[in-house]
Design a protein around this ligand. Structure first.
Ligand SMILES: [Zn+2]
Length: 66
């Protein structure tokens, strides 16, 4: 079972300070068209990021402005 913390860690590479419940993202995976889930988390006290992860393949992204 994927928890918000482990999902955020998967996308971020580090365990977040805090994470919100996992939700369905309202779009499909750009690579395979399958369901995408999202999780909001705080990698640090001053930052809040929403990460997206496909449930079927390795596609993942976040909403950081880079
Ligand atoms: Zn996919």
């Amino acid at each position: 079972m994927v928890t918000p913390e482990t999902l955020a860690e998967l996308v971020e590479g580090e365990r977040p300070m805090d994470a919100e419940p996992i939700q369905d993202a309202d779009f499909e995976c750009p690579d395979c068209g399958e369901n995408v889930i999202q999780v909001g988390y705080m990698p640090s006290v001053t930052e809040f990021v929403t990460a997206y992860k496909c449930q079927e393949c390795d596609w993942a992204d976040d909403d950081r402005d880079e």
